[in-house]
Design a protein around this ligand. Structure first.
Ligand SMILES: Nc1ncnc2c1ncn2[C@@H]1O[C@H](COP(=O)(O)OP(=O)(O)OP(=O)(O)O)[C@@H](O)[C@H]1O
Length: 726
């Protein structure tokens, strides 16, 4: 018995839906080797979807696809790679590349030698009448860009070419030339070509034409056979007739439609391979009802888990392809100064804004002052104890002189109620009211203390400065409290230092703060506290944003699909991204550290700590990057990626002890906080910078370990996510 030749593409009972929209409904297709197969159908009939199923870019919910003898996108499949040239409907080219660079990039992915790429690239660009090879893609016309895309598909001389509307934008002469070249390819190399088109006259030239409508093939046969068997004059009439036939059936079974009009494919030695009865109504129902994105993902997950042993070649990274991907990433960056500035300078700008805006000394804080102190010529009265008071006779003024004049704008009032009203009216944050007999009562108090006598209430009241506050701004309140406490201390210092028999120590607080402290400095500001965490969050969030958007955009533009079809696997894609990001993160973190340490003099104990800060910052960036890839695998659009990103960054900023210590959170929130990827890292960063600790300290190595753990986890999830989404 004669063995049936293996077709180039064989599809049985294919069902596929986007959410609730059923696109392929039990479709049967058989493409013999060495022919041009013209897939003709109206807009939205499912042609592109069908091609993407053949390429393994999307998985069928029902049915099977065999391409060149194996099923794409199964574990055993190494990837179509060099065997399939694909020209998508979208441009799917890197617009900043020149035409020749585009050839080199895809050629390397296909595994071609540099010389071969050069030779084929030049030949194809000339054949397709493209201008100078050094012109960048973005500077070509739409039609020229599509021709470069066609050249990329034909570059490696694959046995199977899949072209989605390749002649759009080409003039009739060039269209004829392209078709001529396709015929030569089939004749000379027995290449199989599947070509989609809206133009019936173009499809007429194909060896076999498949007429597609509403997710099924109404007929597939050599065009002449279709015309002769139908008794009609043109292919257009045949197509219209079939469409009417399909509409006449209330819900036509695709099986029925195909059998109705199918002519055996004698010319290409192909038996009638269609209509194995694979499509039951039930499978159509499944196709239509599998409504949601989740069901698509479940389907992919199921096929991912069930389709046989993993072929190591399908997941093992290939250095050549990784190098090509890295080269592409770097070229995209340096050809795009805007992106370069965004990557390198935005974190720097963010930290500059932070250091300038947060944690600095206050200025211009309005304070209302009423100094009612009449003063007192006390030198006669306390001369025996306090000989040095001779030149001081108004302690109210002495207290005011000890306030921080740089931070405060002091407005003097001549009445206590006016000063208090200034606070009530929002004109001042604090009113300081110094009583009439302040100096006199202070001296009396001292006199009575020395004489070991009790102090009457009116003397206590008269020697007390009253403060009226607007406490609605916590930071200003803290500052004013701190400032008035310091002024009171300085005032007491000045007051007591003038007494012959008493020293400041006699009146000192029972607490002694050692100076310098064990760690840190008495002059630390809020920015010293927040800066370590800010470095972490800026790098983390920038990496999420850049990577998530990059991947979502590349997917939308069809670049990812084209890269997968060219044979790149997910591991290579993730590794190349990590390598590229390592470089950008190194520069980014170095700029951040230089600004923080040297320009803004944020507290850092040792210069040696810079190495650990740099390392931890880079690791956080890589963690953000892998999280970004994960987000991109969940999102169709930039807006949804941006929303997830913004939500995540907000949570991380609030809960990672960057602005507020974990100890200041409710207990249950502390657990959540520690479960975030940035909390331990921010703690470690603070210990490295503020305490000068190294990797031998638990807080520091825990920060590194947890960050690496999250990086690995996100990398695995991102790889699985990309694979499922592929
Ligand atoms: N990613 C997607 N998500 C949801 N629906 C989609 C998606 N891609 C395509 N569709 C829908 O699937 C149907 C088939 O689309 P497809 O692109 O396969 O048609 P086509 O025959 O190639 O059309 P055209 O000739 O206009 O390119 C259309 O209704 C389209 O709106």
């Amino acid at each position: 018995m004669r063995k049936r030749p293996v077709p180039a593409v064989e599809i049985k009972g294919a069902c596929f839906s986007y959410g609730s929209l059923s696109v392929l409904e039990g479709l049967e297709m058989n493409v013999p080797r060495g022919c041009i197969y013209g897939l003709l159908g109206g807009s939205g009939s499912g042609k592109t979807t069908l091609l993407r199923c053949i390429l393994g870019c999307i998985s069928l919910s029902e049915g099977s696809v065999t391409v060149l003898g194996s099923t794409p996108k199964t574990r055993g499949h190494v990837g179509l790679g060099r065997n399939v040239g694909y020209m998508p409907q979208d441009l799917a080219l890197f617009c900043d590349f020149t035409m020749m660079e585009t050839m080199y990039y895809f050629g390397i992915l296909y595994g071609m030698s540099i010389n071969k790429i050069k030779e084929r690239g030049k030949y194809l660009l000339e054949l397709l009448e493209l201008p100078s090879v050094n012109k960048t893609i973005k500077n070509l016309s739409g039609g020229q860009q599509r021709r470069v895309s066609l050249a990329v598909a034909m570059l490696q001389e694959p046995p199977l070419l899949i072209l989605d509307e390749p002649t759009v934008g080409a003039d009739p002469l060039l269209r004829a030339k392209i078709w001529q070249h396709l015929f030569e390819l089939v004749e000379n190399t027995r290449t199989t070509i599947i070509i989609t088109t809206h133009y019936i006259d173009e499809a007429r030239q194909a060896h076999i034409v498949g007429l597609m409508r509403n997710g099924c093939l109404l007929a597939q046969s050599p065009p002449d056979d279709l015309i002769s068997s139908s008794g009609l004059a043109t292919l257009e009439e045949v197509f219209l007739n079939l469409c009417h036939d399909q509409e006449a059936h209330e819900k036509p079974s695709p099986q029925l439609s195909i059998q109705h009009s199918l002519t055996p494919l004698h010319v290409y030695g192909n038996e009638k391979a269609l209509g194995d009865g694979a499509n039951e109504e039930s499978s159509l129902a499944v196709g239509r009802n599998e409504a949601s994105w989740t069901s698509n993902m479940k389907r992919k997950f199921k096929s991912f888990c069930e389709c046989g042993p993993i072929n190591p070649l399908s997941i093992l990274p290939h250095p050549r392809r990784i190098a090509a991907l890295c080269w592409k990433n770097f070229t995209s960056i340096y050809r795009n100064p805007g992106l370069l500035i965004f990557q390198f300078l935005l974190p720097a700008i963010q930290i500059i804004i932070f250091c300038l805006a947060v944690g600095n000394n206050f200025s211009g804080v309005n304070v209302a002052i009423f100094n009612g102190d009449k003063g007192f010529n006390f030198s006669l009265v306390v001369k025996d104890y306090c000989t040095k008071f001779d030149d001081m006779n108004n302690f109210g003024s002495l207290f005011i002189s000890k306030l921080d004049h740089k931070s405060l704008d002091m407005v003097y009032y001549d009445d206590k109620s006016n000063a208090v009203d200034a606070v009530k009216d929002g004109k001042a944050w604090m009113a300081i009211v110094i009583p009439e007999n302040f100096t006199q009562d202070m001296i009396t108090k001292l006199f009575l203390i020395v004489a070991h006598q009790s102090i009457p209430d009116d003397v206590i009241n008269g020697s007390t400065i009253e403060i009226f506050e607007d406490m609605t701004d916590l930071q200003i309140t803290y500052m004013l409290h701190n400032m008035s406490a310091v002024a009171a201390e300085l005032f007491l210092d000045a007051f007591i230092d003038n007494c012959d028999d008493y020293s400041r120590e006699d009146f000192s607080s029972p607490i002694k703060n050692h100076n310098p402290p064990v760690y840190g400095s008495r002059h630390l500001s809020y920015s010293d506290y927040v800066a370590p965490g800010m470095i972490v969050i800026i790098t983390f969030s920038m990496s999420i944003g850049l990577t998530a958007l990059l991947f979502v955009i590349e997917r939308k533009e069809g670049l990812l699909d084209r890269t997968w079809v060219a044979g790149v696997n997910v591991t290579e894609m993730v590794l190349a991204q990590i390598l590229t990001q390592c470089f950008t993160l190194f520069v980014q973190s170095l700029i951040l550290i230089i600004l923080v340490k040297f320009a803004f003099k944020i507290y850092m104990v040792h210069l040696m700590s810079i190495f650990l800060v740099e390392l931890l910052t880079m690791l956080q960036g890589l963690t953000g990057m892998t999280y970004g890839i994960l987000i991109s695998s969940l999102c169709h659009q930039e807006t949804s990626a941006t929303n997830i990103m913004a939500g995540s960054v907000y949570v991380v900023l609030m809960m990672s002890c960057i602005l507020w210590p974990v100890e200041g959170m409710p207990k249950f929130l502390q657990y959540i906080s520690y479960a975030l990827p940035t909390t331990y890292a921010a703690e470690a960063m603070r210990s490295i910078m503020g305490r000068g600790w190294g990797l031998d300290d638990m807080i520091v190595w825990r920060g590194f370990t947890v960050t690496i753990g999250w990086f690995i986890l996100f990398a695995i999830l991102a790889t699985v996510g990309l694979r499922l989404r592929k």
